[in-house]
Each structure stands twice: as structure tokens, then as C-alpha cells.
Design a protein around this ligand. Structure first.
Ligand code: EPU
Length: 372
């Protein structure tokens, strides 16, 4: 579906054609049980006391608002790719965000303004953007999860994060009991964080708008490993489709693309964030430790490298929970693991890295009903 209308160009003189279009990915089947293990990529977590699937924005907001009014605990779940849920499950209402739909206004004057329902699977959004020659999301290919979750932890990979393209986030503010829309500047985006993450549970994201440029080439490539895979210099652009394919290949080589057949991908992606250190703390690491100086003067190092060097190599662990055979930052469920098994392994790694390097790793996924 698409329709066309005219707007004034930037100088006010000329007019510019705006093409509006819509896209919707297939709706997900309703879950067949209340077991949260069936709804998380780690395949862990006990039962929900109550589980509803919200397919419209009105349903989503009313389910959460009504439960809040009753004082019933609420867990809002997208694709379940960044959560660790306790074996005991969740004593309250789990709302599955299953809203769908993407609406775009595209013009040569203003690029693509794309609004996506919170429940749209993120990779469908990226795939569609690349196919339409909308620029800015291509390096975020293959990331599991729902579109509405992306601004919460400022999802990023291969040199980009969503803070660079988010225009606006529309939310239901559960504390104020009203809709609140944030422009990008009000989202307090940082490395894997935002104001939504800082006030856990307060804001229910209902949709996210992205402002994207138009054209056949990607944003300048900012990640050395990706530039090498594409055969371009850092800072050069490459065809959008090539960037998407190269990122998917890289992610697969690290076990970071979900495959139901492959237990090595049964994870929540990176289990720890990359530590941001003071320059002094960074200087105390071994010479060959990765160091990336940030605009604020802190130095980011690699959690995967610290874990590896602390003696936890790829494939570490003899039990049902172990490190991925392809990347030390992914803790995987090899089949019969419980949440307690994964947390035990996570503690062992956190403590081992602390003892070896004096750096305390912080978990990246949201822990529900459990802690490290
Ligand atoms: N490394 C090891 N051992 C390993 C893997 C990596 O020592 O098993 C070292 C290497 O020195 C490597 C460095 O770690 O150069 C960094 O590894 P990588 O390039 O794979 O990136 P990362 O920092 O581990 C981050 C994100 C990923 C994202 C990639 C690519 C975090 C916590 N993780 O990983 O995001 O895909 O960069 O941009 O920021 C996620 O957040 O869930 C996630 C998968």
C-alpha cells in the first residue's frame, strides 16, 4: 500500500513528493503454555501466573494500565532475547507485545521517517529498510528482539546503535498514567542505556520512529572487522545489501544469530556489557588488552577478551550451561540448563575476571526475579 502527496521543500519554494507506505510482518502464533522458557531465547524461566498476548496498541496499554491499577506485578515481554527469568517464573501478568506494523513517509527532501510498532520483529524492520534503500539500520542486522526494545538499551552492533537514527519514542508512562513522547535528545542514550533503562519498567514503549537517509550505500563503515569483511577502508560506504549480508555472516560466525537447531545460539547475546574504565584502570590492564577511548574520556575494554584471558575460553563449562563455542560473551543453555545453572556460571565468570583483572563485569540482560 502506498500513497503520494506534496510538501514544501527546505527553501519553501519548490515542492517535494512524499510517498507514504505501510508494511506489516506476519503475526506471531499465540503461545500454547504459560511457560516463560518457551518465550525466551535462553529457553529459561518458570511459568507466568497470567499471560496475555497484546496484538493492538489499545490492548497493550489497557492490559498494563489495568494490572497497574490492581497492583498486579507486570512483566512486558517482547521477543525474550535479553532477559533471564527465574526458574520460579513470574508471579503476575506477563504481557507479550505482539503489535505489528511499520508506516513510512519518504521524500527526497526529508528522507524516510519510519514509525514501527513495538512488537515488530527487529530484523524484519532492518530487512525492509535495506530493501527500500533506507540507510542507517544495516549494521543492526540479525539482532534478535522486538523493535520496541531497541531504544531501551540503545541496541548497537558493528559501529552503530539506534541512538543515531531514533527520532522519537512514544511510550505509555505507567507512573503518570498517560502517553509521553520523547524526542531522541530526551532519551538520554548512552552505551547500552537510556532513560527507559534508567527507570526500569516505568515506560512502556508503544512505537519507535526512525529518521533514515535514502540511497543505495550504507552509512560509513565504522567497525574494523566489518570493513575487513567488506574489503573497504574504515569510513567508506558499501552497498546496503552487502553490509547486511556481511554482518549476518559475522554474527553467525560468533553464534549470535538464533538457530533453533543449534544450542550454541541459545543465549541472550552478550551476557555482560563491555566495561567503561577510568584511564588509570585501563592502563593497569595487560598491554594487549583492547582499549577504545570514548568521547567522555573513559576507556572501553572488551568483556569477551577479559573473560577469555581470565581462563574461561570458548566452550568453557562442563555442565548444561556453558560458554558459546564461538564467543566467550554468550552464555548458552546447552539443553537441560536451569536459570540457576546459568547464573552460577555467570557468577563464576564475573568473580574470575574480578580476581584476575580487578574489573567487575555487569550483566547486560534484564534479570527477572533473580540476581547475580
Ligand atoms: N574476543 C575474545 N574472545 C572471544 C570473542 C572476542 O577475546 O571469544 C575479543 C577480541 O579481542 C575481539 C573483542 O573481544 O576483538 C571484541 O569482540 P567482538 O568484536 O565480537 O565484539 P564484543 O565487544 O564482544 C559487541 C557487542 C555485541 C555486538 C558486537 C559487534 C556488547 C556487550 N556487545 O561485542 O552485541 O554484536 O560488539 O558490534 O556491547 C549484544 O549486545 O548482545 C551483542 C551481541
Amino acid at each position: 500500500m502506498s500513497e503520494t502527496h506534496l510538501i514544501s521543500g527546505p527553501s519553501g519554494g519548490e515542492t517535494c513528493e512524499v510517498v507514504s507506505s505501510a508494511y506489516e510482518s506476519e503475526s506471531a502464533p499465540a503461545p500454547t503454555s504459560n511457560l516463560l522458557a518457551d518465550l525466551t531465547t535462553l529457553r529459561l524461566g518458570g511459568p507466568a501466573r497470567r499471560l496475555v498476548t497484546a496484538r493492538t496498541e489499545a490492548e497493550l496499554v489497557s492490559q498494563v494500565r489495568d494490572a497497574d491499577a490492581q497492583g498486579e506485578p507486570v512483566l512486558v515481554l517482547g521477543a525474550g532475547s535479553n532477559v533471564v527469568v527465574a526458574d520460579e517464573g513470574f508471579e503476575g501478568l506477563v504481557v507479550l507485545v505482539a503489535t505489528r506494523g511499520l508506516a513510512a513517509d519518504v521524500s527526497d527532501c526529508a528522507g524516510a521517517f519510519v514509525t514501527v510498532a513495538a512488537g515488530e520483529p527487529w530484523d524484519e524492520v532492518v530487512r525492509h529498510a535495506v530493501s527500500q534503500e533506507w540507510i542507517g539500520l544495516e549494521t543492526l542486522s540479525g539482532i534478535p528482539g522486538a523493535a520496541g526494545a531497541t531504544p531501551i538499551q540503545n541496541v548497537g552492533a558493528y559501529g552503530a546503535d539506534v541512538s543515531q537514527t531514533v527520532a522519537r519514542v512514544r511510550t505509555w508512562d505507567r507512573m503518570a498514567n498517560r502517553y509521553v513522547t520523547f524526542t531522541a535528545g530526551d532519551c538520554a542514550f548512552g552505551y547500552r542505556t537510556s532513560r527507559f533503562k534508567q527507570s526500569p519498567g516505568r515506560y512502556l514503549v508503544v512505537d519507535v520512529s526512525f529518521q533514515l537517509e535514502l540511497g543505495p550505500l550504507s552509512m560509513p563503515v565504522r567497525y574494523a572487522e566489518l570493513a575487513a569483511a567488506l574489503g573497504v577502508e574504515l569510513g567508506q560506504r558499501a552497498p546496503l545489501g552487502d553490509v547486511r549480508e556481511a554482518v549476518l555472516t559475522l554474527r553467525r560466525s560468533k553464534g549470535m544469530v538464533l538457530d533453533p537447531e543449534d544450542h550454541d545460539t541459545w543465549s541472550a547475546g552478550s551476557f555482560f556489557t563491555n566495561p567503561l574504565l577510568t584511564p588509570e584502570a585501563a592502563a593497569a590492564l595487560p598491554d594487549d588488552a583492547p582499549r577504545y577511548t570514548q568521547p567522555d574520556g573513559t576507556v572501553k575494554t572488551s568483556a569477551a577478551w577479559l573473560i577469555d584471558r581470565a581462563g574461561f575460553g570458548k566452550g568453557y563449562g562442563s555442565g548444561p550451561a556453558g560458554l558459546s563455542g564461538k564467543h566467550t560473551l554468550a552464555l548458552t543453555n546447552r539443553g537441560g540448563a536451569s536459570t540457576a545453572d546459568v547464573l552460577r556460571l555467570a557468577r563464576e565468570i564475573r568473580d574470575g575476571v574480578d580476581v584476575r583483572f580487578g574489573v567487575v563485569l555487569q550483566p547486560e540482560p534484564v534479570l527477572v526475579g533473580c540476581e547475580l
